[in-house]
Design a protein around this ligand. Sequence first.
Ligand code: CTP
Length: 399
Amino acid sequence: MENLKDKRILLIICGGISAYKSLELIRIFKKNNCKIRTILTKSSKEFITPLSVASLSQGKVYDDLFDVENETEMDHITLSRWADIILINPTTANTISKLAKGTSEDLASTVVLASNKPIFLVPAMNVRMWEHPSTKENLKILKRYSYKIIGPETGQMACGEYGEGRVTEPLKVAEKIDEYFSNLKKNRRLKALVTAGPTNEYIDPVRFISNKSSGKQGYEIAKSLYKNGYQTTLISGPTNLEIDENINLIKVETAEEMFNETQRNLPVDVAIFSAAVGDFKIKKRLGVKIKKQDELVLKLEKNIDILDYVSKHNSMRPRLVIGFAAETNDIEKNSLDKLNKKNCDWIIANDVSKKEIGFSSDQNEVTIYYKDNKKEKLTKKNKSLISDEIINRVNNFIN
Ligand code: CTP
């Protein structure tokens, strides 16, 4: 597990019968040269002692006796900034509930709330607790916040019952963390480009024709790419959205500008075209405002197809080209036509006739059509989760 070397892991141990397994996890991390700091929740100390954790981790152990009001050596913000990742092992149903609500009633939940780092949960609980609708709802919320969930496993429980809820074994948890850092390292060398939002095609200086698009799905895709380590450029038409400053955001208005910026930012390894580009532009854009009149005839001409241009580029075609298809009818047929005609590797299609998904909604439901005739449906969920699922598949393709 060479990718763990020198990584800073902030390990939070919750109270549960499987808390003792976190000692083995610390041993594995130390063997792989990780730097560990640990937070023990109050109830975890019923199961393991701060002394055993401190001896194994050779690092400082924090608990609620650590005075959040009078932090001198390291405050809760610095503690969360110190870490490369935060790992909560085991994570109890109670902690899942607290994190979903965003409470900050003890050191562990305060640090997590104040964190801007990837957070991994390793749930462990009785099968009924795991299957309870409130736990499921809380997990949905945490997944939406991009928390990564490892396990749980199915098997015999400490309470004697059988089912899903057993904590994932320490070696497997360490391997998952190693895999995360490995993907990050590989992807840091890779460049990704995303187009998003609508374009404005000007008639005169104050009027334009546009497409309906909030840009949300494209922005979420750029965020997921960045989170996964890619050097990400987002070329965006006019939207009200904001994005992390580490993403190279290029704002454009017209399809022509979007095309020019796309060309300027090639070559890339992955290109995802989610923009609702205007198919037409005004043939003769007027330099002065058109005065009111009884009738106005506008002549439109075709805009260049950016996706088509990039995916048919002889020397600079990205390794993976993904297009979108927003359709109202004959979704499969239209998507496959676009896949072939535009020489894409994948087309991600959504049904924009459904009100609760697509366009301005925070939710989406899409089908990915692959070049080898396979297709895959990503069921309705938050656009950020859809993006994470898409980028997981991008990682598998590219690495
Ligand atoms: N696209 C593009 N440049 C254009 C038009 C479309 O890059 N000038 C991209 C979109 O970003 C999307 C894909 O092509 O990834 C499909 O866009 P869509 O508007 O659904 O398809 P069109 O080819 O315009 O076909 P139609 O509007 O007739 O369905």
